[in-house]
Structures are given as C-alpha cells and as structure tokens.
Design a protein around this ligand. Structure first.
Ligand SMILES: *[C@@H]1O[C@H](CO)[C@@H](O)[C@H](O)[C@H]1NC(C)=O
Ligand SMILES: *[C@@H]1O[C@H](CO)[C@@H](O)[C@H](O)[C@H]1NC(C)=O
Ligand SMILES: *[C@@H]1O[C@H](CO)[C@@H](O)[C@H](O)[C@H]1NC(C)=O
Ligand SMILES: *[C@@H]1O[C@H](CO)[C@@H](O)[C@H](O)[C@H]1NC(C)=O
Ligand SMILES: [Cu+2]
Length: 726
C-alpha cells in the first residue's frame, strides 16, 4: 500500500483493476456484540462445562509453524521462497538478461506431466522442479522454462503471439504517474470541479480493437472523486479517458467527452459498518455460528493436502487462477479404495463485457484472469464474515515484478459447512403397519477465495460433499461499474432507449454487462483415459393403438468421437445429461464409472461472433466443451491475454477437432451471468451466485452415504449466555 507523495492521490489499481488504496480506510470495526469475550455456559446432555468460547471450541485449526517449507513436499506444491529466489538468481546470470533484469509478469511452477505425478504417488520418485516464467524486456515478451535442479534456462521463446502478459504492479504505477503528471489531464480534472487530492483512478485494460492500438502495450485510465467516501466507484468523472503507452511511459491520448455530466453525489455511498448512522429497519439477528465441539473434521497435511471424510485433494493458491484443486480423489464406499476424480480444476478465465458503445465504454471487455490475475487480486478474507469460525486460512506465495516472492496472506479459507440441509431422508406413513423416520444431515467442505478485481468481488467456492458431488459456485458482489449521466429521475429521460442501463441513483447509470467464468476441469475418472457421453432425452411417439400415451421420453447415449461432438449449447428443449466416463472401469452391473456435469443457472453470450471482445473470449461461444488434454492449453482466453486478438482461445483449440474418445480429456464449463443492474445494487451489491455440479453417475455401486451417522442431541453442545451480570 503506497501513495505517491507528490500528489496526494489515491492510487487505485483496478483490474478490472487492482486496488492499492485501501490503507486509508480503517478495516477494523467495533464489535457489535461483546458477548463472545464473556464466559458462556455450554451444556452437553451428559455433562456441563463452563468455559470461554475460545477454549471450549478447542482445538483451533491453526497454521503449522513451518508455513513455507524450503523444499516442496508434493510435486504440485507451489514454488517455495527458496526456489523463487533461485529462479531469480538463474535469470540474472542468464546471458540475454545480463545487461538488464527483465520485468517478471508471471513466475510459477511448471507443473510436471501427469504421468510423473502418478509415478510419484506410486514410487515416491520426485519429478524435477521447473519454473515457468513470463518476462518483459524492452517491450518484448519472453517465455522461459527454468530447470531448478540443473540451475539453468532450458527453453526460451520470444514474442510468441500478439498478446501481452498480465500487467504488473509496476506497470500500474507507471501508468498512474504518467497520467498524474500530464497537464491536460490536470486541467480537465480541475475543470470538472474535482480537487486533485480527491482523485482516485482505475487502470483499465484496453481490450483489442484493431491496428491503432497494436504493437504497443497500452492502458486506459479513468478517474473518480473519492471526496467524502471510500466508495469512489459511485462518483465517476464521466467521459474522461487517458490512454497511456506503458512501455514508453507516456500519455498518447486524452478523450474528454463528458464535460456536461456532473460527478454524482457521495452521500450514502459509504458501505463501512462504522459509517452507518441509522440502524437497518429490521429486528436485529442474534449472533450465529455453528459449533464444532470436537473441532473440524478435516486436516491439512504437508501444507497443501486436504483430507476430509472420504475426500483427499491438493489445494493451492495461484497468482493467475486464484485457487487450484489437484488430484481430487474420493474413497470408494465399499472397498475403501481411493479413486481418482479430477487431476486439476481451476478458474481459467473471467470475461466481463460491458454493453455500451460510447467512447469511454466500448473497450470495457475485461479478461480478468489473464489481464490482472484472480490470485493477485484476492485479498485477505475477513474472519467470521467471509468464512466461519473454524476456518483454516491458506496464504498465497506470489512473485513481484522484480522477481522477489511476497505473501498474499489468508487468501483461501477452508471450512466445514452445515447449513441445516438434509443429506437424505425418508419417513413412512404407518398405513403399512410400519412407521419410520430416517434423516441424515448434510455436512460439506468448502474451499473459498474472493478476488476483488477492482470494483467487483468474485467469491469462488469449491464445495465437496460426502456423496461424491463437487459444487463449484461463483458469487458476485462488490461495486457496480457505473456511468455518470445528467439525469436524476427516469421521468425526465426523453430517450429511454438511448440509455445503456437503468438509473441506480441520481446521476448514476448501472451499465448492463455480462460475466463469464470458464472452468478448466481435467477430469480423470478412475484414470486419465475418459470419454464424453451425451445422454440425450428424445421424444418418442407411440403408434396408434400401442398405448393410451401419445408420447414419452427416452434417454439415448451418444459417445463423442471428436472435439466437434463436444461443443454444447444448453437448451431446455433439447435436454441432455453430460457424462464423463471411464469405459474401461465398469460397475458390478456393467455401467461405466462416471461423473456428470450438471449445469445450474447460466447465461450465453449474444455478442456478434466477430465483435472483437467475443473473438478474444470465444470460449464463451458454448457452455460446455471437451478437448484433448494438451499441457499448454490451460488459459481459455489465451496465455498472453492482454490485448490479445483471439488466436489462442479454447475455440481455436477445439477447432483442431482432435479425437476425444477414451483419451485424456479436459472438460470446460462456462458459467455466465447477465447483469441488468437495479437500485438494490447501489452502493454495494448483495451477493448473487450461480453454480454447477460434478456429480457421480454409476461411479459408486450404491448410495455412498447410506452409512452416514445421524446427529444425536447428546453429541451437541447447547450454549446460552449467563442469566445475569452481563
Ligand atoms: C496540476 O495543477 C496544479 C494546480 O493548477 C498544479 O499545482 C500542479 O503542478 C499541476 N501538476 C502537473 C503535473 O501539471
Ligand atoms: C490411455 O490411452 C492411450 C492411448 O490413447 C494409451 O497409450 C495409454 O496407455 C492409456 N493410459 C491408461 C492409463 O490406460
Ligand atoms: C498443443 O497445444 C499447442 C498450443 O495450443 C499447439 O501448438 C499444439 O499443436 C497442440 N498439440 C496437439 C497435439 O494438439
Ligand atoms: C459427552 O459427550 C461428548 C460429545 O459426544 C463426548 O466427547 C464426551 O466424551 C462425553 N463425556 C462423557 C463424560 O461421557
Ligand atoms: Cu455484474
């Protein structure tokens, strides 16, 4: 958190932008209820205890002291501090960088091939450690593979494509400095009646819109007034866009089209607890949390291996993807065998196109993972509010532009969830002379991260269930990206059709936009070789006289042969299930072992296929894709997504139309949202979420949680505040 001394400006780095101005706003709030600190009575049916909350809830899940081991303990563990420093040392001795150390835009583990990881699981042979580096020097992009054990660069490619790597913090500071030291910008701000000391700016990626901006890295800067509010996002200085050449460190264009548009008011935009001066119009809720009198049931081994109930998986933070789940395995409910489900799963790209063709808005079509990084923008989670009591917090270990490691603290949390839901149940009406009620509680395990990509917050949840289901959920919250307008009331707007979104406050338009998150899901159901099967429900018509029925539905299986067969557009009137199966592993009954991807709420992109943003994010052309595994095909919008033209997307790869039957294949699921803002989204949005599931189909021989244990009153504590004195 820095602010440049020469102008007291809040330097907000947007990603849809990074932020580094939070330090001004105290994060600590007074506790509303002090009672957690006080002694509390807790009773079990079999005994009574009097204790501090903290001590009855022992053992607390705490991080091991040796948080960052010097050497990796699992082949997929992120690079250690020592390894990052070693890569930096190797690069500084490397001849092409002898004169000048390049800017590091990405430095992370070059994961070993799947076969090496499987071999390590069997024999303990640890594969060599390699780092994958994306660096820039004099406007040129360098992709390097550094072999840590051999201590040298083993592969080096320069300028492999038209796009550029993720921007660095240094790029952002350069761009802000260039903007702030520009006289025309200075005058434009003052002409809007905003004091320079109240200006907060966002550094926006420009997308790609043809030759004018090609061949150089550029960034667009737009500014806001933070006078009287930390929520400057609601106070745009509309229609003022500064275009900066990042590598030349100079302003190349200033567009100032919003002169007549007032800066919206700051009143009632502050969202901090300390700033609320009026209680909400509702009965207050009593404090609430779940108790785990014996502590949580999961454990973390060697820093990254999570073990819980019947699940085992590797969890790590990643600067670009945010959170990565690897080697997810579930225990067979009959034999106890640990069976492979997924080799690797992560959010591969996040596309956010705004629906406004204006000069100051057309370019807003962000690829947040590839332009800014979902891990880089994931700040520390807020205990008890972002994640419940008993969460385990995991840090990220990332790399700065100078190649040095830094810690992104508490960016992932892991916790057990009991939301009062039912795992399975049945009750029997006693008409058959038999009465019974059986029910099991549903307890799940959640790995969570929240990326604050500028104004927006994306909450990513991976939820594991004991019945083998994995639910992947994304929640959207944070602030709208809004547009200034002269209008204060819809009744005054003469041309309502000309508006690109509804009024959400006086002088504030919430511009319509979409969000698309593409998930890379390298499923390995009982091994790497899997097939993709569409199970299509088709209407059958009866012939006259056959049945009183005229029609019924039949499930027809179609095994996809090539990538063409596996481009799926969801359609309620052509319903299908989408299975990934291992044809060489069958159940007792001869059904192939499988998992299906179960879509939930979703949205499809309606942009023209040749619109530049749609070309760059062509992974949104379908909702489900299956590709042949290729280790270089990880990032659905391309490895070098910044100012990319769409020549390295999932759509391009899929068009190779490779065979996918009984092969190592990757499932891609695109989770979309259309967002037409409304007044409730102002000044901060209540969370909206959507999810999809990976669910076993004929993977287990029968219901894997038949043996689940019910909750009994005697096992659970009952706590209440002491009657008097507090
Ligand atoms: C911006 O304007 C202010 C007030 O006119 C002036 O003091 C300052 O030096 C200017 N800064 C730049 C970089 O032009
Ligand atoms: C997967 O299939 C390939 C051929 O496509 C074969 O070479 C390989 O041995 C198979 N792997 C396993 C684990 O069955
Ligand atoms: C793997 O991906 C790279 C990059 O997309 C591509 O150049 C290569 O041809 C692919 N290999 C196969 C076998 O598809
Ligand atoms: C009471 O129940 C708790 C929770 O089931 C258990 O841990 C404890 O051992 C029991 N205490 C006695 C004295 O039976
Ligand atoms: Cu939105």
């Amino acid at each position: 958190m820095k602010s440049t001394p020469y102008l007291r400006l809040s330097f907000i780095l947007f990603t849809v932008l990074f932020i580094f101005a939070y330090s001004w706003y105290p994060l600590s709030k007074p506790a509303r209820h002090g009672c957690f600190k006080f002694p509390i009575w807790c009773a079990f049916k079999n005994r009574t205890v009097h204790a501090m909350f903290g001590s009855i809830l022992e053992p607390q899940i705490s991080k091991p002291k040796n948080l960052f081991p010097e050497t990796p303990l699992h082949p997929l563990d992120p690079l250690t501090i020592q390894e990052i420093n070693k890569v930096r040392a190797i690069l500084s001795r490397y001849a092409p960088f002898a004169w000048s150390f390049p800017a590091i835009h990405s430095l992370s583990l070059d994961e070993p091939d799947k076969s090496r990881v499987l071999e390590w699981e069997k024999s303990g042979a640890f594969p060599p450690r390699k780092a994958s580096v994306i660096a820039m020097l004099n406007g040129e992009t360098h992709l390097l593979i550094v072999h840590l054990d051999m201590g040298r660069v083993m592969a080096h490619v320069t300028n492999p494509g038209p796009g550029y790597p993720i921007v660095s913090m240094d790029d952002i500071s350069v761009v802000l400095q260039a903007t702030m030291s520009n006289e025309e910008f200075n005058k434009s701000i003052i002409a809007r009646g905003v004091k320079l000391s109240d200006v907060s700016c966002l550094t926006l990626s420009p997308g790609w819109y043809g030759p004018e901006e090609e061949g150089r890295r550029i960034m667009k800067v737009q500014c806001f007034s933070s006078q009287g509010t930390p929520n400057f996002y609601m106070r745009p200085i509309e229609g003022l866009t500064v275009t900066v050449d990042i590598d030349k460190r100079e302003v190349v264009k200033i567009s100032n089209t919003g002169r007549g548009i007032p800066v919206p008011k700051g009143e009632n935009t502050d969202y901090r607890y300390t700033a609320q001066n009026k209680p909400p119009e509702m009965e207050p809720l009593n404090p609430i949390s779940i108790e785990q009198p014996s502590g949580p049931s999961f454990r973390i081994e060697n820093g990254h291996m999570v073990k819980w109930a019947n699940w085992v998986f590797h969890l790590k933070a990643d600067q670009r993807a945010g959170m990565v789940i690897s080697r997810a395995m579930v225990r067979d409910s009959e034999t106890g065998e640990l069976r492979s489900v997924m080799h690797k799963g992560f959010a591969s790209e996040l596309f956010v196109p705004y629906m406004d063709p204006d000069e100051g808005w057309y370019f807003k079509s962000y690829l947040d993972a590839g332009e800014f990084g979902l891990g880089a923008t994931a700040m520390a989670l807020v205990p008890l509010n972002d994640c419940p009591r008993y969460s385990y917090y995991m840090d990220g270990l990332f790399v700065a532009a100078d190649g040095t490691p830094y810690v992104q603290p508490n960016m992932i949390c892991l916790f057990e969830r009991y939301a009062g839901d039912i795992g399975w149940r049945h009750s029997e009406v006693p008409v058959n002379g038999f009465e019974t009620r059986e029910s099991r509680p549903k307890v799940t395990l959640v790995a969570r991260m929240a990326a604050s990509v500028g104004n927006y917050d994306y909450v990513f949840d991976w939820e594991f269930q004991t019945d083998g289901l994995i639910r992947i959920k994304v929640g959207l919250t944070g602030m709208l990206m809004v547009k200034g307008t002269p209008y204060e009331n819809m009744n005054r707007v003469l041309n309502k059709d000309g508006m690109t979104g509804p009024l959400v406050s006086e002088n504030v338009i919430g511009v319509v936009h979409d969000h698309y998150i593409s998930f890379h899901l390298d499923m390995d159901i009982d091994g790497p070789n899997n097939s993709f099967v569409k199970v299509n429900l088709v209407k059958q018509e009866t012939f006259p006289g056959q049945s009183p029925r005229k029609s019924y539905l039949k499930a027809k299986r179609h095994v996809a042969k090539t990538e063409d067969d596996a481009r799926i557009k969801l359609n309620l009137y052509d319903p299908s299930e989408f299975h990934l199966v291992n044809p060489s592993r069958q159940s007792r009954l001869g059904n192939p072992s499988g998992y299906k991807v179960v879509p939930g709420g979703n949205a499809a992109s309606l942009l023209d296929l040749h619109d530049p943003p749609q070309l760059r994010s062509a992974f949104t052309n379908n909702q489900i894709w299956v590709t042949q595994y290729n280790r270089t095909e990880q990032w659905a919008g391309g490895l070098l997504a910044y100012q990319s033209k769409g020549d390295d997307t999932l759509d391009v790869w899929s068009k190779r139309n490779r065979p996918i039957e009984n092969k190592d294949i990757v499932l891609w699921y695109i989770l979309g949202f259309h967002h037409i803002p409304c007044q409730e989204d102002y000044p901060i949005m209540p969370t909206v979420s959507a999810s999809f599931d990976l669910k076993p189909v004929n993977f287990f021989e029968s219901n894997p949680i038949l043996g689940a244990i019910p909750n009994f009153e005697k096992d659970l504590p009952v706590c209440w505040p002491p009657a008097s004195s507090y």
